[in-house]
Design a protein around this ligand. Sequence first.
Ligand SMILES: O=C(O)CC1=CCC(=O)O1
Length: 269
Amino acid sequence: MPTIKIAGNDCFYTYEELGHDDTIVFSNSLGTDLSMWDPVVQLLRQHLNILRYDTRGHGQSTISSDTVTIAELGQDVIALLDLLGIGKVYFCGLSMGGLIGQWLGIHHPERFKKIIVANTAAKIGTAEGWNARIAQVREHGLESILQGTAERWFTPAFREAHPEVVEAVLEKFCHTSLQGYIANCAAVRDADFRKELPKLKVPTLVISGTADEVTTPVDGEFLAGGIPRSRHVQLEANHLSSMELPAEFAKNVLYAAKNEGDFYLQIYN
Ligand SMILES: O=C(O)CC1=CCC(=O)O1
């Protein structure tokens, strides 16, 4: 499996060139890795080339500093595309990946055909909340927030029906680098696109989960209200909506990718 040096870090990625015209890049959420996209990718391989990567300090991607910003994480995506010689792509990011998507759409619109931001917000949480979480994991480790993480990410029904999926995701969470997790918590804490949304000119699909209390449907509504060419859909899921409802998630991504024109001119069914 390949890694590329980006900004002094080893960026782990998988690029599946499947003979399609278009490529989609997937960007993971805080405390997960590129495997979070497995169920969605399985459904999209027949339509799109797939580029996945582990965000800096997550999965098998390293981090060589104690701090990072969403801008740097966005620049990592551009560097990865440049190094692989890939021009214009679709981008799909969830939560922290959705913050990266907002930054990319504002700063590098020329590289993106459409952007899908899922379970995210223009600003996620409060500084106090993030500082408390950072202090907690710094002192007691990632295991100390395992139960709360499971509850924030998955609905009770999904946890009961798919314990093996939840266990596998939490196993990866526990193996996330503490340095990477803390640096990325701070990146999420410090990101605020509330005043910048009108500058995001790439057609954007916003996906929310009706049971998501971290990045709520109201946050999704705010994003779609601020991004000029956007559309908002809600899935009956919690924060990791792509894992809870991969078929619905993939259908929405594919609809966004394969229909030309602006989302707001289209009728979704
Ligand atoms: O773990 C959480 O609280 C959910 C989350 C916030 C940003 C992100 O990427 O995940």
